[in-house]
Design a binder for this molecule. Sequence first.
Ligand code: NAD
Length: 321
Amino acid sequence: MQYRRFGGTGLDVSVLSYGAAPLGEEYGKVRYKEAYESVHYAIDSGVNLFDVAPYYGEFLAEKRLGRILEKRRKEIILETKVGRYKKGAEEYFDFSEKGIRDSVERSLRYLKTDYIDILLAHDIEFVPKKVILAQALPVMEKLKEEGKVRFTGISSYMLYIIREVATQFPVDVILSYSRYNLTDTSLNDVISDSMIEGKIGLINASPLNMGLLTSRGVPAWHPAPEIVVERVLKATRICRERNTSIEQVALRFALDNGLPSTTLVGMNKLEYVKANLRALNSTIQEETMAEVVGIIKSVRNFFWREGIPENYDPGCYFPDD
Ligand code: NAD
């Protein structure tokens, strides 16, 4: 396994990290045994960052990960989040001091630990910037001083709000998702090396663009526009014809980005962990990569809107325009 410096945290993070959203059954049923095997195999292979959130499956992912980790908790960097929750079909955001404190206590209980390595404000594009700057992050800093949390940060799909908040508050970690992959490379246009170097650990999550770049096809709930889905299906066929897979090509593409410290993939099955570890050491034929990139090029950076209008990135075309 290769490791990179994780911003200014002093930690070294594996270039491939484990996303536990699927353990909350965000992508369909997951058997406990499968999840157990995938986590232990990943740790044995040197993966050291594990990302989870109360939101994933209404605490199910945290509960499962806590149970699976048991005695191995100290071997890893454990990241969870605050602020975004689900109650049945309802979703809500709560970045109040009480909300954050209650959430952290619950996460500690479910994750069976007495400290969280990284605590992120979850999907900050859904609330006004001042809520994050004046309310959430200061409370999270207090939790650091109290020893419950080691490092803090923010996550978002929208990138400009990440940049604004991170230049106004000294966050340790940024998690951006679905913004550096075969279909969207905007991450590197908005977040620069000089902004983060030596200070902020950058996580590039969802290199398979939340299942869009997988052979089994895009999940029904996926927000990608039809035209992007069509192009990806064509690229998927080409990969198969060239004896590789869209997953391997997409991972190689994301891993070759030198800006993030780590690439965070959802891996709920042993077979996915093994395949994604394989991608670390594999090369894709130049012609195949060029062909795939060429097919997708005309729809690249067709990103969609998330959050509240004041936090939209400029140039968001979908779903309305
Ligand atoms: P992803 O692009 O990493 O993967 C999508 C899905 O593809 C996975 O969940 C898994 O079911 C499947 N998969 C993984 N490897 C595969 C392989 N080799 N072959 C076939 N299928 C494979 O998307 P993701 O899981 O949504 O994101 C990665 C992680 O990043 C999440 O688990 C979560 O921890 C984190 N994340 C955070 C935020 C946020 O903070 N707002 C948002 C998105 C993701």
